[in-house]
Each structure stands twice: as structure tokens, then as C-alpha cells.
Design a protein around this ligand. Structure first.
Ligand SMILES: O=C(O)c1cc(=O)[nH]c(=O)n1[C@@H]1O[C@H](COP(=O)(O)O)[C@@H](O)[C@H]1O
Length: 284
């Protein structure tokens, strides 16, 4: 990809999900999953797990989200496997979200920007997840570079874990929740973009009352919704959780699909089943 002249991530996401359906499958090579697949908990096991998942799904699902921590736990050899995953996902025609959840002060964020959104960085997928809890403005170097290289950024807003609400539901001096300030800041990044902005938010499918307590109406960007399957949310929950924002939701499922390995056929079948369930819930 000539990243500097690439179509925006928002455009590419819209095109790919229209063709393949609205599903993101995570590559989360947990030690327990490696064992279930009959693989050792080492770099060779990680590589076999990752490349099998890419082989099975990169030509089938719209988006694949490798979770960086499971690669980093093996040091530089694990990170090299993550780079292979990013390249393989691109070759298969899916989009990749590198789930790195980075966040730091602006000057250090510029280095993360080079790593995860740099035009020629092997670690840069089509998009990256970031944490805004050092202040949304601290993300500026990454937001700017990603816009220039045609990449997307997914900003944590309402995470799927039960502890998240302690910070994210806290109310600011102006009466908005911290999560709402994140959503509003993302909306400002996406203002005027057609058909969809390239900056998304992450809102867990396990979070209740999203539509009641938070306003996503001006977002104009994608909503990555993890939590389907292993964390207890179901496709049927999506409507109640997201209400009018349903059309922008990109549901993610990791362990539930990966647990159907190690065969390529098993993975494809599980991804199809999940896509069918979420598509019918999203009405797409
Ligand atoms: O940013 C994420 O992807 C994310 C945000 C969040 O709020 N909750 C959440 O579970 N995730 C990630 O989504 C994936 C969920 O995996 P499963 O629970 O196995 O489907 C993991 O990689 C998590 O790190």
C-alpha cells in the first residue's frame, strides 16, 4: 500500500464491511488456546496459531485484530510474528486493527505514532487502538500521522471490563462523563468526513445503558464493540446496547471464534456463524 496516498481508513472500512459483513475477529493467542490447539506456549506455537488464523480468515472476514500483548510476551521474536500477521492480513484482503492500547504524553506518543501509523512501519496495520486517559490531546501526534497515512485510530471510551466505569463514568465539571468527552472529541475529528470518519471509539458490547447515558449521534465514525462471546455479551444484546448507533458498530469476537480451531475449516465455520448472528442483530 502506498500509505501516503491511500484512501482513508473510514472509506476502506465501509467498503470492506459492505463486501464481507460487519465482523472483526481478534487474534488473541492465550496460553490456554495454544494448549487447546495442541501447540506449545512458545514462539513456534504462537506463529502456527497466528498464521493458521490468518490463512483461515484473512480472505473471509472484514477485519482482524491481533492483540499485541500476546505477541510481546515472547519479546522481539513474538513481535516479528505480529508483523507477519499484519502483512498476511493485508495480503488476504482484510483490514487489520493492531490492538496495542497505547497512550503516553504527546512527545512519546509521536514515537508510538511512527510505530503504529508510520507509512513504512511493519507494525502498522490499517488501524490501532489507543488509550485517551492521559488526556485526549496527548493522542494528537498519532491522530495527525494516521490521518496523513490513511490509517484509523480506535480510542477507548467505554471498555468492556467491569472496572472501566470507575474512570469512564466519572462526571466532569461540565456535567459530561469522561467517556462522553472522549466520544465528543472523536466526533470533532470526524466532522465532515464522508461516508465515515477514520477515528473510532471502543465501546464494549457488555456495557449497559450506552444509548441512555451517552450520546453517539455526532460520532460519524466506527464503534468497535468487543465482548461478544467469552465476555458474555451476545449478538442479540447489540441492539439494546447501541440503539440508534447500531449502523456504525463493528462487533469483535476473539476467543469464541479461535476456540473452534485448530482447523481452517473450523475457524471459518465459527466466523461465519458469528457473522450471521451479528449481521442479523445489526440488520445488515
Ligand atoms: O480494544 C479492545 O479491543 C478491547 C477493548 C475492551 O473494552 N474490551 C476488550 O475486550 N478489548 C479486546 O477485545 C478482545 C476480546 O476478546 P474475547 O473476549 O476473547 O472476545 C481482547 O483482545 C481485548 O483486549
Amino acid at each position: 500500500m502506498n500509505a501516503l496516498s491511500a484512501e482513508s481508513f473510514g472509506n476502506r472500512l465501509r467498503t470492506t464491511t459492505s463486501a464481507r459483513g460487519p465482523l472483526c475477529v481478534g487474534i488473541d493467542p492465550h496460553p490456554a488456546l495454544l494448549a487447546k490447539w495442541g501447540l506449545d506456549d512458545d514462539v513456534a506455537g504462537l506463529e502456527r496459531f497466528t498464521l493458521t488464523t490468518v490463512e483461515a480468515l484473512a480472505g473471509q472476514v472484514a477485519v482482524i485484530k491481533p492483540q499485541a500483548a500476546f505477541f510481546e510476551r515472547f519479546g522481539s521474536a513474538g513481535v516479528a510474528v505480529l508483523e507477519k500477521a499484519v502483512a498476511g492480513i493485508r495480503e488476504g484482503g482484510a483490514l487489520s486493527i493492531v490492538d496495542a492500547k497505547r497512550g503516553d504524553i504527546g512527545s512519546t506518543m509521536a514515537a508510538y505514532a511512527d510505530a503504529f501509523a508510520g507509512a513504512a512501519s511493519p507494525l502498522a496495520g490499517d488501524a490501532v487502538t489507543v488509550s485517551p486517559f492521559l488526556g485526549f490531546g496527548s493522542l494528537r501526534p498519532l491522530l495527525d500521522l494516521a490521518a496523513r497515512t490513511g490509517r484509523g485510530v480506535f480510542v477507548l471510551a467505554l471498555t468492556s471490563n467491569p472496572e472501566g466505569g470507575q474512570v469512564q463514568h466519572a462526571v466532569n465539571g461540565d456535567g459530561r462523563t469522561v467517556a462522553q468527552t472522549v466520544i465528543d472529541a472523536v466526533a470533532a475529528e470526524n466532522a465532515g468526513a464522508q461516508p465515515l470518519g477514520s477515528v473510532g471509539v471502543v465501546v464494549g458490547a457488555t456495557v449497559t445503558g450506552v444509548g441512555r447515558e451517552h450520546d453517539l449521534s455526532a460520532l460519524n465514525g466506527p464503534i468497535l464493540a468487543p465482548g461478544i462471546g467469552a465476555q458474555g455479551a451476545t449478538a442479540d444484546d447489540l441492539k439494546a446496547v447501541f440503539g440508534p448507533a447500531l449502523g456504525q458498530v463493528l462487533p469483535n469476537s476473539s476467543r469464541e471464534v479461535l476456540g473452534a480451531g485448530p482447523t481452517v475449516a473450523g475457524l471459518r465455520e465459527a466466523a461465519s456463524r458469528t457473522l450471521e448472528a451479528v449481521s442479523s442483530a445489526l440488520g445488515s
